[in-house]
Ligand binder design. Structure first.
Ligand SMILES: Cc1cc2nc3c(=O)[nH]c(=O)nc-3n(C[C@H](O)[C@H](O)[C@H](O)COP(=O)(O)OP(=O)(O)OC[C@H]3O[C@@H](n4cnc5c(N)ncnc54)[C@H](O)[C@@H]3O)c2cc1C
Length: 371
């Protein structure tokens, strides 16, 4: 946001405060590379050159909108415009046992130290991040069990039929599906049916919640904990913007509320918010996308599908490692696309979704053919 504000010509004072002691860094590589080796994902922003006063290790504790003041653990700060970008916090599971998560660079470092060959690692949750953690633990030579509530990894997002295509990737993981975790104990995980899964290391990856508890008394409109913003990322208070994982925005494109949770949503939020702050009217309502690296495959997903949408599996002749799925609405418009090991198909699908034209049915079965 600071970089974006300067790039659109904002010349006023900017103060950036953040709880973590590190300069801002990228989180996506933490589970893709940071569990295998120490990585530096620092964004490399020169705040001094940008003219941004950067205060790290400082946490916002309360917001007084009447007086336009933020109370931190160090001082009271006044503002003309406030941007909330406090992200999200991992959800932890009940029980007295130690459980790790991977949200910060310290978390990744802590988990990496625990991923020692032959250790019994239980990953709870086989979503995007859980899959990356399980995959890394396997690479580190651990005995990996993954506990998933749905019928297959990512089944709640893609439906069971598509999700079943991921199952072969998990063959070296003891993947237990349709299970519920009751609690984490010292030497393992107790399931809802009373069974116990023994573990040396337990890593929870069961989702996040917006880091907005400190706003509880602020009177700002929130939905499922996230700060409600419009397409310009303006909150219910015109002097306050919210971007990224702590926000939920109205999307005119989809006529739906779009939560954060993805890197590009945070980036686009900064573009829209900075534009609104300097008075250029940027309505940033791009087609969402995300990526993942798991079990040696690269996945790229663009758009927004409902499990009820019709889908077509797309293949590549002679290469079973490359495949994709196209989701279509009733008028044959492409609404979402998943590609595995095929970045060109992702780029073409994004263009097709943007174009909004009905797709030629004959092109669908081959992932090599541009839609
Ligand atoms: C391991 C991992 C892998 C990921 N992989 C992908 C991926 O492959 N693709 C993808 O699209 N997305 C991925 N994501 C999601 C993506 O990283 C997030 O969507 C993105 O980081 C959100 O940015 P943000 O600025 O909103 O929040 P964050 O990056 O969470 O930053 C928020 C910052 O605010 C600080 N903060 C919180 N509360 C306070 C407070 N009260 N006062 C001061 N500071 C506070 C936090 O400490 C944190 O430093 C991944 C996330 C993780 C954790």
């Amino acid at each position: 946001m600071c970089v974006e504000l300067r790039s659109v010509g904002y010349e006023g004072e900017i103060l950036l405060i953040g709880s973590e002691r590190h300069a801002p860094y990228n989180r996506p590589p933490l589970t893709k590379h940071g569990l295998l080796a120490a990585v530096d994902t620092n964004l490399g922003i020169d705040f001094e050159a940008l003219g941004v006063d950067c205060s790290l290790g400082e946490s916002a504790l309360a917001l007084d909108r009447e007086r336009r003041r933020v109370q931190t653990d160090r001082r009271e700060i006044s503002y003309d415009t406030l941007v909330l970008a406090t992200g999200a916090e991992p959800i932890s599971l009940p029980g007295p046992g130690a459980q790790l998560c991977v949200r910060t660079s310290e978390d990744a470092e802590r988990a990496r130290m625990q991923l020692v060959p032959s250790r019994r690692v239980v990953v709870i949750g086989a979503g995007w991040i859980g899959a990356e953690i399980a995959s890394a633990a396997l690479t580190r030579g651990c005995h990996v069990t993954c506990l998933e509530g749905a019928a297959a990894p990512l089944a709640s997002q893609f439906g069971e039929e598509v999700a079943a295509r991921f199952l072969p990737w998990w063959r070296d993981v003891n993947l237990l599906t349709r299970v519920r975790v009751a609690e984490v104990v010292a030497d393992g995980v107790i399931l809802a049916d009373g069974d116990k899964v023994l573990a040396d290391v337990i890593i929870a990856s069961v989702g996040v919640r917006p880091a907005t508890d400190w706003l509880a008394d602020s009177g700002l409109a929130r939905r499922r904990g996230a700060v409600v913003v419009d397409e310009r990322r303006r909150s219910s208070d015109p002097n306050i913007f919210a971007i990224g994982d702590c926000a939920i925005r109205w999307s005119p494109r989809y006529g739906a509320w779009m939560p954060g949770g993805h890197w590009d949503e945070a980036v686009q939020g900064a573009v829209a918010g900075a534009g609104a702050i300097v008075g250029t009217d940027v309505i940033n309502d791009k087609i969402p996308y995300l990526w993942s690296e798991q079990f040696g495959r690269r996945l790229l997903y663009v758009g927004r599908a409902d499990t009820a949408d019709r889908h077509v599996v797309r293949l590549v002749d002679d290469d079973p490692e490359k495949w994709g799925v196209a989701w279509l609405d009733d008028d044959n418009h492409l609404v979402a696309h998943l590609s595995v090991n095929h970045p060109l198909a992702f780029a073409a699908a994004r263009r097709a979704i943007e174009a909004g034209q009905p797709v030629d049915e004959r092109k669908l079965p081959s992932l090599d053919i541009e839609l």
